[in-house]
Design a protein around this ligand. Structure first.
Ligand code: SF4
Ligand code: ZN
Length: 298
């Protein structure tokens, strides 16, 4: 097995090296405390299921910490049902409490129904992923808050992080990079702190780890994935990484270096309660309510 750095390792040492790098990331960014109640966002895909396995190992050394998992069922026919089954199976195997929340329950509509409405009403502006991302973030925060946890761990890999950095630049919103940190700053009591323990592990290495540890995960891609700009950015960065190994790390480290300057430039968001749902927002209405209103759901 060869790491991104070129170092060759046997399968066992490779897995141990990934686990110790995740421990190092957690400690470097002070992501977790020994008594934390941690909830892992588990979609059923390789990254989130792998994170759950690694955090379960790490948590064993901290008897006062607790670990649970949450899956958001967006309502994507033929895709999420299988992922839910896989997520539940992994949680059972690891003895981790598993909570499931859904768009249908929270918003009254599945993502498939929302996509049907966008297509019918010819609202071409936003992709299914735009709705999905915003509504899922809200669903995860609500589930974590209601469960009373201290930290919500998400499985963003190094690749996800660099894609987001480039996407923010492509959207002309470079200052947003300041906020998308490995440990998100809590700016409102209703927001649960999000941490990203896999942010320094390349996606390929996560896939190898899952393969070597014989972790079951859902392999088929979401039917809406092709519609997102992220997909083009991913293809571009993957090509760069193939030709110039270390590209993702170089981008990540560069951003980490300039983040303090970006943070100093970005104004701290002042949050108030959304006039519809009461959740924290910068304006009068939060993004999920705005989206649902535009669809005339609310
Ligand atoms: Fe949601 Fe897009 Fe991810 Fe599918 S690819 S689960 S629509 S964010
Ligand atoms: Zn709202």
């Amino acid at each position: 097995m060869r790491l991104y750095s070129g170092e060759k390792l046997c399968g066992k040492c490779f897995c141990k090296s990934i686990e110790s790098r995740v421990r190092a990331t957690i400690s470097k960014y002070e992501m977790l405390e020994p008594k934390d109640k941690i909830m892992v966002a588990v979609s059923g895909g390789k990254d989130s299921v792998t994170l759950l396995h690694i955090l379960t190992k790490i948590e064993r050394a901290f008897p006062e910490a607790t670990l649970s998992a949450v899956t958001v069922d967006e309502g994507i026919k033929g895709y999420r049902d299988e992922a839910l089954r896989v997520a539940a199976k992994n949680c059972r195997k690891l003895g981790v409490e598993h909570l499931v929340t859904s768009f249908k329950e929270m918003y009254g509509y599945t993502l498939d129904e929302i996509v049907g409405m966008i297509q019918k009403r010819e609202k071409k502006g936003l992709t299914p992923c735009s709705y999905c991302g915003v509504l899922r973030r809200r669903a995860l925060n609500t589930a974590a808050r209601e469960a009373g946890v201290d930290k919500l761990a998400t499985a963003h890999s190094l690749d996800d992080e660099t894609q987001t950095m480039i996407l923010n630049i492509l959207h002309g919103d470079a200052l947003r990079i300041a906020r998308a940190k490995p440990v998100l700053t809590v700016i409102h009591p209703k927001l649960v702190q999000r941490v990203k323990p896999l942010c320094e592990v390349p996606e390929k290495e996560i896939a190898f780890y899952a393969y070597l540890r014989k972790i079951e995960f859902q392999g088929i891609p979401c039917p809406y994935a092709q519609t997102a700009l992220r997909n083009d950015v991913r293809t571009m960065l993957n090509r760069m990484e193939e030709k110039h190994a270390g590209t993702n790390f170089a981008i990540f480290r560069s951003i980490e270096r300039i983040r303090p300057a970006l943070e100093a430039m970005a104004e701290e968001a002042k949050l108030r309660d959304c006039r519809i749902c009461g959740e924290p927002t910068v304006g009068d209405f939060c993004k999920p309510c705005q989206m649902l209103q535009e669809l005339h759901i609310l």
